[in-house]
Design a protein around this ligand. Structure first.
Ligand code: ATP
Ligand code: MG
Length: 272
């Protein structure tokens, strides 16, 4: 089970996030980014955060540690923003906390170089979980102490919105043309050779075990939380074996700022 903490102070909303995550202090004196069950994306996006966050870290990718975070909406009473008030009121009980990386900067492809090996591992991982939200428009990565960290896995595991088609979804291709790391020549083949053998049903079961029961009860078509957990493992294990054959790295959408200006790279060329 994930460690458990209780929120003690709502500090501020993180305005860039569509789901309005909040910066929150907890009774372990830690500071966390809190993702709320009452947010528009609902508990499925929190389930995706847990499963992908745990899997990423088991595979040696950097992703902030996660905690189960209890919220008494009363801590937001002095919060002047009505939207935040509403979110806190709708999220009493169990929410997700993510270790806050203080001083981290949003990933900028023009300012931070990623090796083909690391880019390959991230692209392969995103293909596995079908992450549609790590594009150059919205990279959902930060740089902290000189390293690249993955955040925001809410928009993954799309198959869990339609369990009837989940097994077929395992065969779907992944178009990485607009991926934020596509310009770094991702070595997907090496990543697959290293990582795919690790993504066994056992590992997936261990990661799924960290999804709180509270978010898995009442899932239509399943009798109990463990049955839902097993369905995640069954969908992902076969995909891990073959997904590298179906990753496309084609031309990005036209408007990507793919070239660093010459004055920055020292290589000459147009600033675009
Ligand atoms: N663990 C963290 N440490 C530091 N900053 C973070 C962390 N998690 C998120 N952030 C900051 O908060 C912003 C919003 O977080 P996140 O992307 O997870 O929210 P979201 O609502 O899911 O966003 P989106 O709009 O991409 O759906 C990030 O872009 C980043 O700047
Ligand atoms: Mg985001």
């Amino acid at each position: 089970m994930l460690p458990e903490v209780t929120a003690t102070r709502y500090v501020t909303p993180l305005r860039e996030g569509g789901s309005l995550p909040g910066l929150v202090e907890a009774d372990d004196l830690g500071t966390y980014v809190m993702k709320f069950t009452g947010a528009g994306q609902g508990r499925k996006s929190l389930i995706a955060e847990v499963l992908c966050g745990q899997l990423a870290r088991h595979l040696g990718l950097r992703a902030p540690e996660l905690v189960r975070m209890w919220l008494d909406p009363v801590i937001g009473l002095s919060e002047p923003d009505e939207e935040v008030q509403g979110l806190l009121k709708a999220s009493g009980g169990l929410n997700l906390g993510m270790d806050f990386l203080p001083g981290s900067l949003g990933f900028d492809p023009l300012a931070y170089e990623v090796s083909p090996q690391e880019a390959g591992r991230v692209v392969w991982f995103d293909a596995l979980v079908n992450n549609v939200d790590r594009s150059w428009r919205n990279p959902n990565m930060v740089v902290w102490h000189g390293d690249l960290w993955l955040i925001d896995h809410g928009a993954t595991l799309i198959f869990h919105h339609n369990w009837a088609g989940a097994q077929k979804a395992a065969d779907r291709p992944y178009d990485a043309s607009d991926h934020a790391l596509a310009p770094f020549a991702p070595d997907v083949a090496s990543a697959a050779a290293d990582l795919a053998p690790e993504v066994t049903e056992e590992l997936l079961d261990r990661c799924a075990a960290d999804i709180p029961d509270e978010w898995l009860t009442d899932e239509p078509g399943f009798t109990d939380p463990d049955e839902v957990r097993a369905a995640y493992s069954r969908a992902l294990a076969p995909r891990a074996r073959t997904i590298h054959e179906r990753i496309t790295l084609g031309e990005p959408s036209k408007d990507r700022p793919s070239q660093a200006p010459g004055w920055l790279t020292g290589k000459g060329g147009d600033a675009k």
